[in-house]
Design a protein around this ligand. Sequence first.
Ligand SMILES: C[S@@+](CC[C@H](N)C(=O)[O-])C[C@H]1O[C@@H](n2cnc3c(N)ncnc32)[C@H](O)[C@@H]1O
Length: 193
Amino acid sequence: MDPVALWGAGILAAVAGARLVFPDPAGGLWWPTPMPVVRRVLAALDLQPGELLVDLGAGDGRVVALAAREYGARAVGYELSPTLVWVARRRTSGLAPGVRIVRGDFYRADVSAADAITIFAAPGALRRLAPRLAGECPPAVRIATYPEPLPGWPVTGQVPAICNRTVYVQSRTRNPAARCCSPPSTLSAPLPT
Ligand SMILES: C[S@@+](CC[C@H](N)C(=O)[O-])C[C@H]1O[C@@H](n2cnc3c(N)ncnc32)[C@H](O)[C@@H]1O
């Protein structure tokens, strides 16, 4: 085969493979949140057994799995990448019946019954989601976002993430961070690598 054609075919295959894992770069690439950060975020959201957590951009399903396993929450994750949907479904299989990974666009997610929402996505996606969430979420919903807060939503708590970044907890009606933030040493502790 002509070497130029071979190179072209290789590049096309690489692009197609990348699109399977990263179908919407504008929404945020897959960058898994370290588990200690996920734990802190769920504590800051004050997630209660039986509550519904929606993860917008579920990646490998780690947030959904932890919410179900350690908090007894019903948890639904939306993810575009078929590869990550497969991984996330494997990770969450056998957990409670209310636990689901939906292969779909988070701009169309059903958030009408959400008690808590996590969104670790590109800043542009957060800006685009903000007005929709304000119109469609229950008034008492608590939302955790990274790397920026949702514009227009009061920030009620902050959780240290990696590289000196912050996860923002936001709510229009309550202070979900109160319980998690009482021992400041917990929040300022360095993250395990
Ligand atoms: C930064 S990762 C976060 C993954 C996971 N929530 C975690 O904390 O480890 C963002 C995820 O959002 C997904 N994503 C990006 N745009 C999306 C969209 N429009 N609809 C659904 N998922 C999307 C990406 O494929 C990626 O898996």
